[in-house]
Design a protein around this ligand. Structure first.
Ligand code: FAD
Ligand code: 8RB
Length: 454
């Protein structure tokens, strides 16, 4: 692209917007970011959403490209596995990887966003706060922003717009007004509500800090992620309708009764359960599918704006960050926006669809499988096969979380592996009953070695 065209406007300075702005500014682009909220460094962070997120290798790698990894990791809390809380109060740590180099990290959303904004500005990106995209004229290439403090309108000419404005994307709405993006929203018939475990009286963590806690209960579950200020954010996921469901568990007293029955060891950890229940809204969960993410060379969507997903693989942010690295690379490699956007979309759309599907599948695994004997047998066999066939049989969770192979490849291989595990353990109760010779032959026949640098 000629020097004059290396100029881009990004809508949304959330997680993806701030990272993409950094990556492009570092490559010499003129970057303008427009964010509907005020500057969080001046008025305190008003994210309004869960305070922590799980960061995995895909996200860390993207942060590394932007020189932001060290600043983020300084505030991150290690989660080395799932701490499963059974109904009888027993707990069991199921490690995510072979050692602590294979782990996920809990990061504070507000701190992360602040760190990324600082880094974006230091790289030379221009961040304009209090600018909410209202609509866009793609023929005249003018974006219309509103300052919600005084209602003032601001018209801004652009060369190309990137929509990093989240699941409720205003840019997506503007694009849909002039073209059919093939938008489909599939709501999950489950929702969530957040609660908090405060620090212990001595200021420490009330439960094991270095784990992602799960209370699997079949059709519903609680999870808890640690925060560096010694609290945990607890999320209850439950059907919208049912027993229990958000239609029957409505009042704070009904919530306490549910916790007393099904999450008895968690209840004493949440002293303000009634207050949290009343204060925090029920959040809806859905998957957003689009057939197209771009409008010629004028606009492109990424992150949640393009492919919002259910939370159960903890990959929404990680995937959004991976999108940023891919889009920056395609913008550098192509002479015009239309070609760059088309190449980006071709690369990322199948991968987004794959992680959307794996995220839906992991809900079932988390709430209903992690305490099941069949599952534990298959999991043990998976670890054994990983050791017997390094670089060929890699556990599903590791492919998604600790590697950067395309999500689409992870999904394909996971399906083959799951079938192998199921066939090899059918009707068996113990690992020593598995027919190793037949299984080894099947692994070699059905799985190619992974590329060495993936
Ligand atoms: P966002 O981070 O939502 O950023 C969008 C930005 O655009 C915001 O700053 C917003 O103010 C701004 N904006 C919106 N509309 C406009 C407009 N009209 N004009 C200008 N600006 C606008 N992912 C993980 O990987 N791991 C996790 O553990 C995890 N936990 C999560 C927990 C919760 C409670 C939630 C809700 C999500 C979680 N996610 C997690 C998903 C993750 O938060 C998202 O996938 C990620 O934030 C997407 O980044 P984004 O930049 O596309 O959107
Ligand atoms: N959005 C996560 C995992 C996988 C954990 C495992 C799951 C809360 C909203 Cl539900 C969930 C995971 O398989 O053992 N890694 O990271 C994060 C998760 O939920 C986040 C905190 C969340 N996301 C709306 C609520």
């Amino acid at each position: 692209m000629n020097a004059r065209a290396r100029r881009i406007a990004i809508v949304g300075a959330g997680l993806a917007g701030a990272l993409l702005g950094t990556l492009l500014a570092q490559r010499g682009w003129r970057v303008d970011l427009y964010e509907k909220r005020g500057d969080p460094r001046r008025q305190g962070y008003a994210g309004g959403r869960s305070i922590n997120l799980a960061l995995a290798e895909r996200g860390r790698h993207a942060l590394r490209q932007a020189g932001a990894e060290d600043a983020v990791m300084r505030q991150a809390v290690l989660m080395r596995g799932r701490m499963v809380h059974f109904l009888d109060g027993r707990q069991q740590l199921q490690r995510y990887g072979r050692d602590d180099s294979e782990a996920i990290w809990s990061v504070h959303r507000g701190d992360l966003n602040l760190t990324l904004l600082d880094i974006a500005e230091r790289a030379g990106a221009h961040v304009h706060f209090d600018r909410r995209l209202a609509h866009a004229d793609f023929d005249a290439r003018i974006a219309h922003f509103v300052d919600d403090r005084d209602g003032a309108a601001h018209a801004v000419p652009f060369d190309a717009l990137v929509g990093a404005d989240g699941a409720g994307s205003a840019l997506r709405r503007a694009m849909s007004a002039v073209t059919d993006l093939g938008e489909r929203v599939e709501p999950l018939d489950h929702a969530y509500r957040e609660l908090e475990i405060p620090p212990a009286p001595d200021g420490g963590f009330r439960i094991e800090p270095n784990a992602l806690h799960i209370w699997p209960r079949g059709d519903y579950m609680c999870i808890a992620l640690p925060n560096d200020e010694r609290t945990f954010t607890v999320t209850l996921f439950m059907p919208n309708r049912g027993d229990p469901g958000f239609d029957t568990v409505r009042t704070p007293a009904q919530a306490r009764a549910l916790f007393a029955r099904d999450f008895a060891d968690a209840l004493p950890l949440i002293p303000d359960l009634e207050r949290d229940w009343a204060a925090n809204p029920v959040g809806e969960l859905a998957t957003l599918y689009l057939d197209r993410w771009s409008l010629g060379g004028r606009a492109v969507l990424l992150g949640d704006a393009a492919h919002a997903m259910v939370p159960f693989h903890g990959q929404g942010m990680n995937c959004a960050f991976e999108d940023c690295v891919a889009l920056a690379a395609h913008l550098d490699a192509h002479d015009d926006f239309a070609a760059a956007f088309a190449a980006f979309e071709a690369e990322r759309r199948p991968n987004a669809a794959a992680i959307q599907r794996m995220a839906l599948e992991n809900y079932h695994e988390m709430r209903d499988r992690v305490d099941d004997a069949d599952y534990l047998l298959q999991r043990a066999l998976e670890l054994e096969l990983q050791a017997r066939h390094p670089g060929r049989f890699v556990p599903h969770y590791a492919m998604v979380t600790f590697m950067r192979i395309p999500y689409r490849v992870a999904l394909e291989r996971s399906e083959i592996q799951r079938a192998l595990l199921r066939e090899a353990t059918a009707g068996l109760a113990r690992l020593d009953q598995v027919d190793r010779a037949a299984l080894d032959a099947a692994v070699l026949a059905r799985l190619d070695p992974l590329e060495p640098d993936a």
